[in-house]
Design a binder for this molecule. Structure first.
Ligand SMILES: [Fe+2]
Length: 332
C-alpha cells in the first residue's frame, strides 16, 4: 500500500478562506484575484504574482500531464522540469533577469511529493463553477472572490484508458451524445460518419476503425494531449485547442505537430533564456517539427484539432543536452 504523503498546508485563511502551502522553500498563497509564489534568494524573500485563473489553468496541465516532457513554464518566471521520477521546481532559473542577479532558486522533489502538493493546491484554490481544463467561453470565472466550494469533478477528471482501441469490444465506447460527449460548438460542421469496416468472418472483434475527427469534435477539454496510439516509442497525442496554451512548454526532445483543422499561432522562444526565436502560424494540413531547445506557447482563436507526436525513447533528454543529437531533426 502506498504511504500517505503529507502536504504542508496552513488552515484556511480567516480573510479569504484559502489555504497556503509549502513545498521545500517554496510558498504558495492565493487571495481573491492572485496566486503568489515565494522563494528565498540572496537572503531575501522573492514573490511572484500570477492571476489566479491563469495559475489554475497552468497547475491543471502540470498535474494532468504528469509534468510532461521537459519544462512546464507557468510563465517567464516559475515552472517545473520533469526529471522522470523527480521534478525540479524553479523560479527565475529560465529568466536571465533573475538568474544573472542571483535571484533565482530551484529545488528537486520526488514526484509523489510535488504531485500531492500541486493536487492539494488545485483542489483548495479551484472554486465551484470554474473548470481550469475548459475554454474560457465554456466555464465560469476563477476569481469569484473568497473561497467558494470546489469543482472536484473537473480537476479529478480521469482519462479513458484504452485497453485495446476505442470502439473495439472490451474498450471504452466511442464518444457520443448518449455518453455525455456532445459535439463541441466549434465543430458542428465535422462529419459524424464512421468508416465502414468489412472484417473477415471470425475477426469481427479484432478489426476496427473510427473517425478521429468525429472523436475529437466531441472533446470536452482544451490543451490536453491524450495518447491515442502507441507503437513502440511513437506516441500519437491528438488534442483540441482553444484560447491560449496556459503554459510555455520547454521541449527536451524534438516534438512534431500536425495541424488537423483550423489554425494555431505559436510563439517560439529559446528554452533557457526566453529570447524570441520564431512565430509560426500553422494552418490545417501544416506539419512542424519543434526543436528540442525551445519553449513555445500556442494561441488558437477558434477551437482547433492538433496532433502532437512525441518520441518516448528512453534517455533522449541526455542525448540532446550532451550534443550527441542536434536539437532539430534534419539538416537541409
Ligand atoms: Fe512542446
Amino acid at each position: 500500500m502506498a504511504a500517505q504523503i503529507e502536504v504542508n498546508a496552513s488552515p484556511p485563511s480567516n480573510e479569504t478562506g484559502y489555504r497556503s502551502f509549502k513545498l521545500g522553500e517554496f510558498e504558495f498563497t492565493r487571495d481573491e484575484y492572485f496566486a503568489r509564489v515565494s522563494w528565498p534568494a540572496n537572503g531575501k524573500k522573492m514573490t511572484h504574482v500570477i492571476s489566479a485563473d491563469s495559475f489554475l489553468r497552468m497547475m491543471m496541465r502540470d498535474v494532468a500531464w504528469g509534468f510532461f516532457y521537459g519544462q512546464v513554464n507557468f510563465d517567464a518566471v516559475f515552472g517545473t522540469t520533469n526529471l522522470y521520477g523527480q521534478v525540479e521546481v524553479y523560479a527565475g532559473r529560465t529568466n536571465p533577469g533573475y538568474r544573472d542577479q542571483g535571484l533565482d532558486y530551484s529545488e528537486i522533489f520526488d514526484t509523489p511529493q510535488i504531485m500531492a502538493t500541486f493536487k492539494a493546491i488545485l483542489d483548495d484554490w479551484t472554486n465551484e463553477g470554474f473548470d481550469p481544463f475548459a475554454a474560457p467561453a465554456e466555464t465560469g470565472r476563477a476569481w469569484l472572490g473568497k473561497k467558494n466550494g470546489h469543482n472536484r469533478a473537473a480537476i479529478e477528471r480521469q482519462r479513458a484508458v484504452c485497453e485495446r482501441m476505442p470502439g473495439l469490444p472490451g474498450d471504452a465506447p466511442l464518444r457520443s451524445d448518449e455518453n455525455g460527449y456532445p459535439i463541441n460548438r466549434a465543430f458542428l460542421d465535422v462529419s459524424q460518419d464512421e468508416p465502414e469496416v468489412h472484417a473477415e468472418p471470425g475477426f469481427e472483434d479484432e478489426v476496427s476503425a473510427f473517425s478521429l475527427f468525429k472523436y475529437l469534435s466531441r472533446s470536452d477539454v482544451t490543451w490536453n494531449p491524450s495518447v491515442s496510439s502507441v507503437c513502440k516509442a511513437s506516441l500519437c497525442c491528438p488534442t483540441t485547442e482553444e484560447y491560449i496554451l496556459p503554459i510555455k512548454h520547454g521541449n527536451d526532445r524534438v516534438e512534431w505537430f500536425i495541424q488537423l483543422t483550423d489554425e494555431i499561432e505559436w510563439e517560439v522562444e529559446d528554452k533557457e533564456t526566453g529570447k524570441p526565436r520564431a512565430k509560426v502560424i500553422m494552418k490545417a494540413g501544416d506539419v512542424a517539427s519543434m526543436p528540442a531547445d525551445i519553449r513555445h506557447q500556442g494561441f488558437s482563436k477558434k477551437r482547433a484539432m492538433l496532433l502532437v507526436w512525441e518520441n518516448a525513447t528512453v534517455g533522449l533528454p541526455d542525448r540532446y543536452t550532451s550534443g550527441e543529437l542536434k536539437p532539430y531533426p534534419i539538416d537541409f
